[in-house]
Design a protein around this ligand. Structure first.
Ligand SMILES: [Fe+2]
Length: 312
């Protein structure tokens, strides 16, 4: 990302999207502007606040010993356990003092280029709605619990906070090379499902792991998944699964390591050399891998989600 500013350096207003760049078509609700922001955060009912509280308590049962220390510290610093869905204004105030980030409400998944633009400005777009009791365990679209509980505590870490901003800037470059899927794989295997080493132990920092009950234990302890040290070139060539536990997790040494591996990378060169499709299956271990744990893939081989297979 060292030369990321070559094409796009001014993110003060939403840059125009070049006509030849493909992004997923999403229907914008009528009351939403080009920034895709809600005019204000939703008013949550007491039932919805209770859903937040129950989700919070459930995660606090499993996360100690599985989540990285930066995440646990972030929960404390932002007082996310004070009860009910956090108020974004207060959250942004606290976060602003720590790392200059804010949290802004959006109605749904937003277009890639708008998402990148908000990140480049240290604004984290968070779903305005919370899941229903019927969808307590699994949701298709990220809600306020996934976004705020899962992602926002990590933004209290100064190096991680810088990584997220650089990721947003890098998104504009990836679009121009038509390599959004490759950059998406990097997001997936770091921001959503990343693991790290702390005093020789594996811990989770990815929001997809930290905001759900099953994956925190599976990612950190189970025998099934591979755990491989992060290599950006390799990760950006690797397919990923969105509807089940991951067959492979990538592990960083530290947030400085993550920042260095990506921000100091020549992405122009990388994008020019990447094939148009993913090269590696999501369960593969390849010869260049620095392997922490070679998974048995037993969970996957038994059929994965919906098959009754234990996440072991
Ligand atoms: Fe997420």
């Amino acid at each position: 990302m060292a030369t990321v500013t070559e094409h796009q350096s001014d993110f003060s207003t939403l840059p125009p999207l070049p006509g030849d760049v493909f992004t997923a078509p999403l229907r914008k609700p009528a009351h939403i502007g080009d920034d895709w922001l809600e005019p204000k955060q939703a008013d949550y009912s007491s039932f919805e606040d209770a859903i937040w509280n129950d989700l919070f308590l459930r995660q606090m049962d499993v996360l100690p010993g599985h989540a990285c220390s930066a995440f646990m510290a972030g929960l404390q610093k932002l007082h996310l356990g004070r009860g009910g869905v956090p108020e974004f204004g207060k959250l942004s105030e606290d976060l602003g003092v720590l790392t200059g980030w804010s949290v802004v409400p959006v109605p749904m998944l937003i277009p890639d280029h708008v998402f990148f633009w908000h990140l480049a400005n240290r604004r984290f777009p968070a779903g305005n709605f919370i899941r229903s009791r019927d969808a307590f365990d699994y949701i298709q679209e990220p809600d306020v619990f996934h976004d705020v509980f899962g992602h926002v505590p990590m933004l209290t870490d100064p190096v991680y906070a810088d990584y997220m901003q650089e990721y947003g800037r890098a998104g504009w470059k990836a679009m121009r090379y038509n390599r959004l899927k490759a950059l998406g794989a990097l997001y997936w295997y770091t921001v959503e499902f990343g693991l790290m080493l702390e005093a020789g132990e594996v811990r989770a920092y990815g929001a997809g792991i930290l905001s759900g009950p099953a994956e925190a234990v599976f990612a950190v302890e189970a025998q099934s998944p591979n755990r491989i040290m992060l290599n950006v070139d390799r990760v950006m060539r690797t397919d990923y699964v969105i509807s089940d536990l991951q067959p492979t997790y990538f592990v960083i040494e530290s947030f400085e390591d993550l920042y260095r591996q990506t921000v100091e990378r020549d992405f122009d060169r990388l994008y020019r050399s990447l094939p148009p499709a993913f090269t590696y299956a999501n369960s593969a271990v390849i010869d260049v891998d620095n392997v922490v744990h070679t998974g048995t893939q037993e969970y996957l081989l038994r059929g994965g989600r919906g098959s009754g297979a234990d996440p072991v």
